[in-house]
Design a protein around this ligand. Structure first.
Ligand SMILES: C[S@@+](CC[C@H](N)C(=O)[O-])C[C@H]1O[C@@H](n2cnc3c(N)ncnc32)[C@H](O)[C@@H]1O
Length: 202
């Protein structure tokens, strides 16, 4: 059995890979589910291939975990990438995958509810895959989109397998902003399906 996958032009290690096992020993377990590559990342990669950002866009990935969505953007669109997570135990896995795939990344330990408008001004696109999985996450993520709309010039794209907290957040964004919200699926061999929320820059 292979301990590695190839998808969307990237190398992605499985948790069973010896390097991942070593990292787990060194850094300990992630605490807010950033303990593996989540499949909603395939949705964002596939969606952004169809609706890409401009080349060399400044991209912020929030709730990055292992960070493959942002790494994909850095590789495919030459994006300038910053990857944010509340849990810094994810960063060694992120940096490992960035190095493996030959891209640069800046890490930022921060909770997404603490991202200010002044921070958002430095980005063209904010992305997030599977980051709205508890009820208490609905409001802060809606507020993050709202701040991005207020700043202007910042697009937000988020994907999710279809959990209720994400649906609620996305429906509020549909009501209040000029957002697209749709089902998305990625065929064999990656096999992922779920939802995409795309809120264009105001
Ligand atoms: C289910 S994982 C998804 C990770 C990655 N986006 C992926 O698709 O593989 C959720 C990630 O969100 C992070 N997270 C949870 N709450 C957060 C918050 N309030 N601010 C920033 N990151 C958060 C977790 O640490 C974790 O890495």
């Amino acid at each position: 059995m292979s301990h590695e996958r190839s998808a969307f032009g990237l190398r992605i290690m499985k948790n069973s890979h010896s390097d991942m096992r070593k990292l787990r020993k060194q850094t300990g377990e992630a605490t807010i589910h950033g303990n593996k590559f989540w499949k909603s990342t395939y949705l964002i990669m596939d969606y952004l291939r169809e609706f890409p950002p401009k080349k060399r866009a400044r991209i912020l990935e929030v709730g990055c975990g292992w960070g493959l969505a942002g790494i994909f953007c850095a590789k495919e669109f030459k994006a300038k990438l910053t990857s944010l997570d509340a849990d810094d135990t994810v960063f060694p896995y992120l940096v490992y995958h960035a190095t493996l795939n030959d891209v640069k990344v800046k890490t930022w330990k921060c909770r997404y509810e603490n991202i200010r408008k002044a921070d958002l001004e430095k980005f063209d696109l904010v992305i997030g895959a599977d980051i709205c999985f508890w009820d208490e996450m609905t409001k802060p993520l809606y507020n993050l989109v709202k701040r991005a709309q207020k700043v202007g010039g910042v697009r937000v794209v988020m994907t999710d397998p279809g959990r209720e907290p994400f649906r609620k957040m996305a429906e509020r964004c549909m009501e209040d902003f000029d957002a697209d919200y749709e089902n998305w699926s990625v065929p064999h061999p990656n096999n992922a399906s779920g939802l995409v929320l795309d809120v264009p820059a105001s």
